[in-house]
Design a protein around this ligand. Structure first.
Ligand SMILES: [Zn+2]
Length: 152
């Protein structure tokens, strides 16, 4: 796995490349205890430290992957449970993925201030994304399987 470091980010802490990382590199694998939605909600008011992997299944992510932040123009994505880079990253670049690619819960939304030119303004369920963006993420293989299978 390539070197990554935890540093202060725009909001809280984030994960950053510590060396050049080529596109298509696995930077980490999502693991952790499996918990249900009710338990995920009790962990944190926004239950955003957990990763949804099924209709009522969440992974309670450990550090450092728990600290990865969202962007509407991600440079990383989750292929099954592997965080992979979507393009070459330079040292110092923050590792960012689109939280909506793992969200189908009819519950949580968050105002997005990611600053990307294509920022949607809100982070919400995959089913609410523009269809062209859904197809883009599905073609890249970075939509969690429990969601992707609904679009076959
Ligand atoms: Zn955004």
């Amino acid at each position: 796995m390539p070197q990554v470091i935890i540093k202060p980010a725009k909001f809280g802490r984030g994960l950053f490349a510590a060396e050049p990382i080529p596109a298509g590199t696995v930077i980490g694998i999502a693991t952790g205890p499996t918990i249900n939605f009710a338990t995920a909600c009790k962990k944190n008011i926004r239950e955003c430290d957990t990763l949804q992997i099924g209709p009522d299944r969440y992974l309670d992510l450990p550090d450092p992957l728990r600290l990865t932040n969202h962007s509407c123009s991600p440079n990383c994505g989750l292929r099954n449970l592997e965080f992979i880079t979507l393009r070459d990253l330079a040292p110092g670049e923050e590792i960012l993925w689109d939280y909506s690619t793992s969200m189908d819960e009819h519950y949580w939304t968050m105002t997005c201030l990611c600053g990307s030119p294509t920022c949607r303004g809100v982070i919400e369920d995959f089913r609410l994304l523009p269809p062209t963006l859904q197809q883009h993420y599905l073609a890249l293989g970075i939509v969690l399987p429990f969601i992707a299978e609904q679009y076959k």
